[in-house]
Design a protein. Structure first.
Length: 366
């Protein structure tokens, strides 16, 4: 037992991966995205479970994430989706990593570094089809990109883009998604026409994988899809389960007299004598401070959070419980109180909820 902890159900994670693989066409493989500490689930432990299930390709946002996976025993390909600074580029070769090139000037910088250090860097081109964040824009010469890819110190192994609104079923968003696909296909056609070997192609991340089964390339990039929760509108054609649960403990039980306030800002004032349990978790662990009308489970019963959530504790009204004791387990998240429920009540998205779960929480895989 710990003060507060995350628990990941290994069997559910394995089943989520296997069900996804069954759903995908045989020619489409997964780049399992485990960035931001596996969306708060522990990237190393998640990747090791997936590797044991047959996963051979992983994606992260940053170099240090990729290096951590390598040191932990991940042997498959690892794609860095974000930026690697010049001072750390040599590690791309040392750890056999694949670097995203989303800007031709960055590609030239990578090439120059490779020449100076006599390295060969593996790369994927990222094409901007509408996100306008990272990605090679349409004004960049296709011939320049071809020539860059043909340099002996670079190996172009794939090309990809990223959808902006694949998690929405609004008519204009559906149109925009197909517009992005059309732009990507047009770029690939042009690249091939000038003799570029574009390698493997990938476009769909979690939402597009389930919402647009007609958009399929050599790879797809599941992230939250593997973890069994939604972000935005997602329609699952197969069984998946939330793998994460979050727990804490009751550390104090007391009676708050009628008319007395509770917590910072005195935002909660009792209208009658209430039995209050203090719970050993707070916004310093990742619970949103604005978790409005939030609830927890104690002895299987929903109990409302009262007062402001503090950095290290929060308080819960347990007046309706027949029995509650010191050290009782408090369930913050599970299959009943889902990540999506917390996100909705905190006016945010599920991804933000889990990625803000801090390192103070113990992660247990079982």
């Amino acid at each position: 037992m710990h003060r507060a902890w995350v628990q990941v159900d290994t069997k559910k994670l394995e089943n989520n991966y296997k069900n996804l693989v069954k759903y995908l066409p045989d020619f489409c493989d997964c780049i399992c995205i485990v960035k931001c500490n596996g969306y708060g689930h522990d990237a190393i432990q998640e990747a090791l479970v997936l590797q044991n299930c047959g996963a051979k390709f992983f994606g992260v946002a940053a170099l240090q994430e990729a290096v951590s996976l390598r040191k932990a025993g991940i042997v498959g390909d690892i794609l860095i989706l974000g930026h690697t600074v010049k001072e750390e580029m040599a590690l791309l070769a040392e750890y056999n990593l694949i670097q995203t090139v989303g800007d031709i000037d960055y590609g030239y910088a990578l090439l120059e570094h490779a020449k100076v250090h006599n390295h060969v860097y593996r790369i994927h081109y990222k094409i901007d089809t509408g996100m306008h964040r990272l990605g090679i824009t349409d004004h960049v010469s296709i011939f320049a990109l071809r020539d860059l890819a043909n340099e002996e110190h670079l190996t172009l192994e794939g090309c990809f883009s990223h959808f902006a609104v694949a998690d929405s079923f609004a008519h204009e968003d559906i149109n925009f998604t197909y517009q992005q696909k059309a732009l990507f296909d047009a770029w690939v056609k042009e690249a091939k026409a000038v003799g570029m070997d574009v390698g493997k192609l990938h476009l769909s991340a979690s939402a597009a994988i389930v919402n647009y089964p007609d958009i399929v390339y050599d790879y797809c990039r599941p992230g939250i899809l593997l973890l069994g929760f939604d972000s935005g509108d997602m329609k699952y054609p197969y069984v998946r389960e939330q793998v994460l649960s979050l727990y804490a403990q009751v550390v104090k039980i007391d009676v708050l007299p009628s008319g007395q306030s509770l917590g910072y800002g005195r935002t909660f004032v009792s209208d009658c004598d209430k039995k209050i349990a203090t719970v050993s978790i707070g916004y310093g662990d990742g619970i949103p401070r604005n978790y409005k009308d939030g609830e927890v489970l104690i002895r299987g019963v929903r109990c409302p959070i009262v007062g402001r959530i503090s950095m290290d504790q929060m308080c819960v009204d347990v007046s309706h419980l027949d029995t509650v004791e010191l050290f009782d387990v408090v369930t913050i998240l599970n299959e009943e109180i889902t990540i999506m429920e917390m996100a909705s009540k905190a006016n945010t998205i599920s991804n933000e909820i889990v990625t803000k779960l801090t390192n103070r929480l113990i992660r247990i895989y079982k």
